[in-house]
Every structure is written in C-alpha cells, then in structure tokens.
Design a protein around this ligand. Structure first.
Ligand code: BG6
Length: 494
C-alpha cells in the first residue's frame, strides 16, 4: 500500500472519453497526477469515442474540462501533448486494428515499455465485446503489463455479473482487472482501516461486547439529474448499496489483515461479505426500507418528484432511497446491527459513519430511569473530513451531573489539496498495479447474493411511492427500523 512508484510509463486508453466521467473525473485527475510528477513524459493517453474528432478538437475539449475542475493549470499545454483521440466503433474489428497501430507508435514515441491500461468508461453492455476485440486484435499481447479498469454497474444481479465476468476473463486475468468503486478512493474511507489498525484504543472495543450498533449513511441533495435512463434500471439498492455501502461495511467489520498486501486485505473483506446474513423472503420487509422522493424544497428551491424527472416513468417503482439493517454472522459481530442508509434528494450531502458504543455496565450518575449519553465515534467522510469522539464529562456546576463533550479532528484544507478526487488515488493505484482499493470478483459475488435476496422480494410487491418529501431524511419507516431496536439515527451529529 505504501509502496511509492513514481513514474510508471504507460499508455492509457480510455473508452468513452467524450463522456461525462472522463471530462469531470478522469482527465482532471490524470492532469493533476502529471502536475504532481506522478506521471512524467513517458505517458500517452488515447481518448476513444464514437464521434469524429481530431486530436486538436479533443485536446480543446479536455483543456476546457480540466480548466473547469483544477485550479492550478500550470503545465496544461504540455500535458495535452500526451493526449490523442481515435474515433472508434466498438463493434468493428477495423477500429481495433487502427488502435493497435496507434498504440504501437505511441509506445515507441513515448517509450512506454508496452504497458497498457484500458479504461472502460462506457455502458457495461459493451464490456464483453470490447475485451474480446482487445484480445483478438492483438492489443493485449504486449511486452509490458496489460490492465483493465471498469466502472460499475458490474451486472444487474449475480447471474448477469457472472456472465459478464466470464466474458472479461477471456481476455484478462483476475489480477489484471481493476473494478472501480470510487468510494474506496476517498481518503476518509481509506482512513477507516488506518484508524482501526494503527490505534491501540479502538481494536479492543471493536466487537459485539462494546459496540451496540454502527450506522453508515450516504445521503445526497442531488436528484437523479440526467441519468434517469440508467437509474430506472438500477435504483438505490444496485446503484449504492451493492457497492459503496457494503464496501464501507466490509472495511468497518473486517478482521485485521496480516499485512497491507492487497491479497491480505481483500481476503479479510471477502470473509466479512461472505458472512452477511442473506435475508429470508419474510425478513426483507422488516430489515429493509425503500423510498422514492416526492417533490419538496431544498435550499429554498422547489424540486420535482422523481416520477417527473427526465427519462423516468410516471409510475416508476424505482427506489431512490434505501435503508436497512445488515447483520454479520461471525464471532465478532453477532447481534450488532449495521444500519445503512442512502438516498437522493435528502436533507444534506453527507457520507458518515457513526459507531455507537454500549452503555457502561452501571450508571453511577443518574437515577435508574435516566441514561448517560452514548459514546460515539463519528467518521466524517464527506463533505467534512475528520473524526470525532463523543464522551461524557463533568458538568461545570456543583454536583456530579455529566454533559456530552466532543473531541474532534478535522482534515485540514492543506491535506485535501493533495488530491483533486478519489479518482486520482485510484488511477495512480492502477498504474502501480495496486488492486487493494478495487473490488475483487469474490466481493462482488457476495454482495450481489445479498442484494438479490432483497430485490427478488421487492419485485413481488409494488410499493406505495413516492413516500418521502425531497429535502428530508427519507421515509418514516426508516426511523422505525432503528427505534424498534431501541436506537435512532444520529442525524445531526458531527
Ligand atoms: C455513484 C452513483 O456511484 O455515486 C451516483 O452512481 C451517486 O448515483 C454517486 O450520486 C455518489 O457519489 P459521491 O462520491 O458523491 O458520494
């Protein structure tokens, strides 16, 4: 993990290079890596798209998006000299032959050592055909490394994910496949492991003896924006829970790995994901809540209901909100609920973990029916980045009353300037060949199994949607999920 390899020569070929992800995330991140000297002159990037564009047209587009996303644009023109474009038809063999020629000539021009990274920032239905052609055209026969980076969604259930995996594995080995989960590139998500395993004070308490429940929330203010088409076939369960939310659960629940080697970390995560209690049909209703946003007010603006969004059916039953109680059947976690919650058009943008500890065995400070405040460990992932610990202290009045006190650490703006985005971390990891922060096939299998059990049950009954107003914390049932167990969402805590 901490291995520093500066300057890995490589040819980065981005399929879907004119798309939103490339412009908002990939090019700004690659540029920032270049600026920081993590990429040097031995780098070439080929943007692949359907449109007929010249290198100059494409460079002008890339320049504009970088200027919009990166403050300091020193060396931008120099960086753009490494960017090329090829119009391409993914179904046409001739396009791949042309790509091979271009790749070989750039390899020579920039001394890339035959290292090739293929980034598929495109609709997943093309993954199989592209990887087949990459192999048959000879693009994957190279003296250097060959790696494949793919974006989610990886399948729409376990069966389709398996099919897709078989297709891709015809051309790339598991260790050459980097499945992106951008949450794993977030600094504070990576910090979960560091906090747990580099501090003596947490690990002894990190189990069902001392923790009563763990809450993981990722709420957004944004609605579905212009992604209605994709979102209708996915919804919050597949868009967020199957990947980001369960990945965070795995990091919170995993056993200490024997080393920071990728395989050691991933195998611990796989173990947790395999111990997720897959719900029986009759349990789904009580363990999971689905919701869909209605119109409402956010920051003083009226926003429309999901069913009125572009490319969304007016009778859609797609959930834009999911909360649920996840149980992990192993020694450490038996009986501790992990509550997860994610939704669009909610009250605030927040990615946060709250670890709530059990009460002290005997409360000396109050009469019988009064409780001490819970000790909490709060990990703020976004937009605030930091950690806080909530304790009880003595009130500054006579007597022995307690009051809540908070110790907090917040990542400074200086730290944050080191990366423009999670994608920057992840792209650099791909170049280094460090797969730690990518999703292994075994993780995908386990998470799809968990999610499929919920989806299958949901498919049997149409929900009464919409059931939460935009700008709120989601449907009321989500609160009941916790109150039934004697807990509450720690909504306003930092
Ligand atoms: C993506 C989902 O994976 O994550 C989006 O497809 C969602 O629907 C996004 O908006 C949230 O990411 P972040 O980093 O803003 O929390």
């Amino acid at each position: 993990m901490n291995k520093t390899h500066n300057h890995i020569p490589a040819l980065i070929t981005i399929f879907g290079a004119t798309g939103d992800l490339s412009h908002r995330k990939l090019f700004p991140s690659l540029f920032h890596l270049y600026q920081q000297d993590h990429l040097n002159e031995q780098i070439a990037i080929i943007g692949i798209g359907r449109r007929q564009l010249s290198n100059d047209d494409f460079r002008a587009q890339v320049k504009k998006s970088i200027q919009a996303h990166v403050q300091d644009t020193k060396h931008l023109d120099k960086f753009l000299q490494h960017v090329f474009y090829q119009p391409h038809d993914v179904n046409d063999e001739a396009s791949y032959k042309k790509l091979l020629k271009l790749s070989e000539s750039l390899d020579e021009e920039f001394s890339l050592g035959g290292n090739r990274l293929f980034y598929l920032a495109m609709a997943p239905q093309f993954f199989g055909i592209v990887t087949d052609y990459l192999k048959s055209s000879g693009l994957t026969q190279t003296n250097g490394f060959k790696r494949l980076v793919i974006e989610k969604p990886f399948g729409s259930d376990l069966a389709s994910a398996e099919l897709l995996n078989e297709q891709i594995r015809r051309s790339f080995k598991e260790e050459e496949i980097f499945r992106i989960d951008h949450y794993l590139g977030k600094d504070m998500v990576q910090n979960i492991e560091v906090l747990r395993f580099s501090n003596a004070m947490f690990e002894p308490l990190w189990n069902n003896k001392y923790i009563s429940n763990i809450q993981v929330t990722s709420s957004e203010i944004l609605g579905v924006e212009d992604r209605g088409g994709y979102y209708e076939s996915s919804g919050a369960l597949k868009d967020m829970v199957q990947n980001h939310m369960l990945q965070m659960v795995a990091l919170l629940a995993m056993e200490p790995p024997i080393s920071l080697e990728s395989d050691d970390i991933r195998s611990e995560k796989v173990k947790v994901l395999k111990s997720l209690q897959v719900l029986e049909p009759e349990e789904v209703q009580n363990h999971f809540v689905r919701g869909q946003y209605d119109e409402g007010t956010i920051n003083g603006q009226t926003v429309k209901a999901y069913r009125n969004e572009d490319k969304v059916s007016s009778t859609s039953v797609t959930p834009t909100f999911v909360s649920g109680k996840v149980l992990i059947n192993n020694f450490r976690w038996a009986g501790v609920p992990f509550y997860i919650r994610t939704g669009k058009r909610m009250k605030r943008k927040s990615i946060q973990v709250v670890v709530e500890f059990k009460e002290v065995p005997m409360n000396l400070y109050y009469e019988k029916d009064k409780h001490l405040d819970s000790n909490l460990l709060v990990i703020n992932i976004q937009p605030n980045e930091g950690v806080s610990i909530h304790l009880n202290g003595k009130k500054y009045v006579q007597g022995i009353e307690t009051e809540p006190v908070q110790l907090s650490y917040s990542m400074s703006a200086q730290d944050k300037m080191n990366t423009v985005d999670a994608y920057e971390n992840l792209l650099f990891d791909c170049l280094k060949g460090d797969a730690t922060n990518f999703t292994h096939w075994e993780e995908l299998k386990a998470t799809w199994k968990f999610v499929d059990a919920i989806q299958e049950q949901w498919d049997k009954f149409d929900p009464e949607f919409p059931n939460y107003e935009s700008g709120t914390n989601g449907p009321l049932e989500s609160n009941l999920l916790l109150s039934r167990d004697g807990f509450k969402w720690w909504d306003d805590i930092q």
